[in-house]
Design a binder for this molecule. Structure first.
Ligand code: ATP
Ligand code: MG
Length: 155
């Protein structure tokens, strides 16, 4: 289906804001237009990112959701100021059943599936998924999706 990207973001953010009083979900949405993708699955990826941001930032309030256009793709990022992920573990978080071990593993329940499923969805849609993080400072999770250019029948 074709859908208004920022409209989907706002819908998910409003739903999830209702689940937490501790956190403030802040939207920073640049114009991104319409995209062609599986709306339900893309919304699931966003839910996975934001529920992680909430779960792994127990002592900070703000979570920033940004969208923007970058050449031929829309990019969305979810930034938290929570526990962060060390450099050597950052690539592994997209693996099936991977969870950063140690104290956090016991503190925060989970299966280690959300990001694996998210990366499968985004790959299938032709996009990219990645993370930037600093241990103890917070994380920014990103995904992008291709924007289909309108077909110009005069060419
Ligand atoms: P679930 O299957 O319920 O999503 P999960 O949250 O543990 O369980 P993923 O969402 O796949 O699994 O995340 C994998 C691991 O990556 C997490 O266990 C956690 O260690 C780390 N992680 C994910 N998001 C964040 C984040 N925003 N900040 C810090 N660590 C994170
Ligand atoms: Mg998760």
């Amino acid at each position: 289906t074709t859908f208004d990207f920022n409209h989907l973001i706002t819908e998910v953010v409003e739903d999830l804001q209702r689940t937490t009083e501790k956190h403030n979900l802040i939207e920073d949405l640049q114009p991104t237009g319409f995209i062609h993708a599986d709306r339900e699955r893309i919304s699931q990826v966003l839910v996975n990112f934001i529920t992680n941001a909430i779960k792994y930032s127990p002592h900070t309030k703000n979570i920033i959701i940004n969208t923007h256009l970058n050449n031929d793709e829309v990019v969305v990022s979810v930034q938290d100021f929570g526990i962060g992920i060390s450099k050597e573990k950052q690539q592994r978080v997209f693996e099936q059943f991977y969870r950063v071990s140690g104290e956090t593993q016991h503190t925060f329940p989970g299966l280690g599936l959300g990001l694996y499923i998210s990366s499968e969805i985004i790959k299938r849609e032709g996009g990219r998924i990645w993370v930037e993080s600093e241990e103890g400072q917070g994380s920014i999770f990103y995904f992008s999706l291709p924007v289909r250019k309108p077909v110009d029948h005069n060419n």
